[in-house]
Design a protein around this ligand. Structure first.
Ligand SMILES: Nc1ncnc2c1ncn2[C@@H]1O[C@H](COP(=O)(O)OP(=O)(O)O)[C@@H](O)[C@H]1O
Ligand SMILES: [Mg+2]
Length: 325
């Protein structure tokens, strides 16, 4: 891993218009609302938070699969917020959550992987194409026999391997991994995580590794960002975040690990949240977490907390960091 920034995101906003409001009064889902972060070359940045907090939207906006409402995205020093993305599609890839929905059932695995090779003209002839497909399949633990089969002939884990081979076909530098193991059997999740790690080492890849499960993310990530209702609430190195988190929301996520990870949990005062996440159509004023926060006071409703550095490399947005224990 290097200290050179590969992806930089500044003040990213992604608002989706929704129908159903009053006439001429457009309402917006503020799926991502002013989020900034960076990912170094070869680094894994984990992104966690409950369902609906904006993780997928963040990942897709970086790749410009959504056009950002506001903010800037820098890739390897170049502002790509408004450029033609075709040259960058080779460098930035995505692996989807659902390996069942993301592979075309009418295409053979060889053609699924080969499609990217064709789009970017990465093989001079049929032989070279075939060799490259086999090489890619073997990188993800499949073999040449698998190339002529169809997705339905594979298990969930194998399908996810095909999805990864497809992403690798263009020799990317950066992959958004959007809950890539959430839909898989627990028994094979570790294998797939290990494969992501091996591929990273071999190919120097940087990952944005998205998961609703902190215990998955903390193993694979160098740093972790925690999102809540469209905002980044805390970010730090993996160890620092798991053992010295300062944001009550992060603390609650760690409390939930108690059974899975007793060592981490023993070092943390437990916080259990009540209620549901409020709607991103109508987020609470001030700190968005305040309606569920045991530390909330008036200032939390009146003012949005600044996302500031609380110790070197450790950022958090909370008015009551001193009180959280
Ligand atoms: N294309 C879209 N149109 C309208 N709302 C969307 C769209 N995509 C996501 N959302 C909304 O944005 C919020 C964040 O969604 P998402 O990024 O998928 O969260 P996560 O991946 O953390 O579960 C949710 O409230 C979701 O319903
Ligand atoms: Mg998601």
């Amino acid at each position: 891993m290097s200290n050179k920034k590969l992806v930089e995101v500044y003040n990213l906003k992604q608002y989706f218009p929704v129908s159903g409001g009053k006439l001429f009064q457009k309402k917006f889902v503020k799926a991502v609302d002013d989020v900034s972060f960076y990912i170094n070359k070869g680094e894994t940045l984990g992104l966690v938070g409950e369902s609906g907090c904006g993780k997928t939207t963040t990942g897709r906006s970086i790749l410009r699969l959504h056009e950002p409402t506001a903010g800037r995205i820098i890739y390897d020093g170049t502002d790509i917020t408004r450029v033609n993305m075709l040259p960058y599609r080779r460098k930035m890839q995505i692996v989807f959550q659902d390996p069942y929905a993301s592979l075309d059932p009418r295409m053979t695995v060889g053609d699924i992987v080969g499609e990217a090779i064709d789009i970017h003209k990465l093989a001079a002839n049929k032989n070279e194409r075939r060799e490259r497909i086999i090489e890619l399949l073997s990188l993800v633990g499949l073999n040449s026999e698998h190339a002529n089969r169809y997705p339905h002939e594979f298990s969930g884990g194998q399908r996810q391997r095909v999805g990864i081979a497809r992403a690798l076909a263009v020799n990317p530098e950066f992959i958004v991994c959007d809950e890539p193991i959430s839909a898989l059997d627990v028994s094979i999740q570790a294998q797939v995580v290990n494969m992501f790690e091996e591929l990273q080492e071999k190919m120097g890849l940087a990952y944005l590794f998205i998961s609703h499960n902190l215990s998955v993310v903390k193993h694979i990530s160098n740093r972790i960002g925690v999102m809540y209702l469209g905002k980044m609430v805390e970010m730090a190195e993996s160890e620092e975040l798991t053992f010295h988190s300062v944001h009550p929301y992060t603390r609650s996520l760690i409390s939930a690990l108690l059974v899975a990870d007793p060592v981490v949990a023993r070092n943390t005062n437990r916080i259990f949240l009540e209620g549901d996440v409020p709607s991103p159509l109508n987020p609470p004023s001030g700190c968005r977490f305040r309606t569920r926060c045991p530390y909330a006071t008036e200032v939390c409703a009146a003012e949005e907390p600044e996302f500031k550095e609380v110790s070197p490399g450790h950022f958090a947005a909370c008015h009551h960091i001193d009180k959280v224990q």
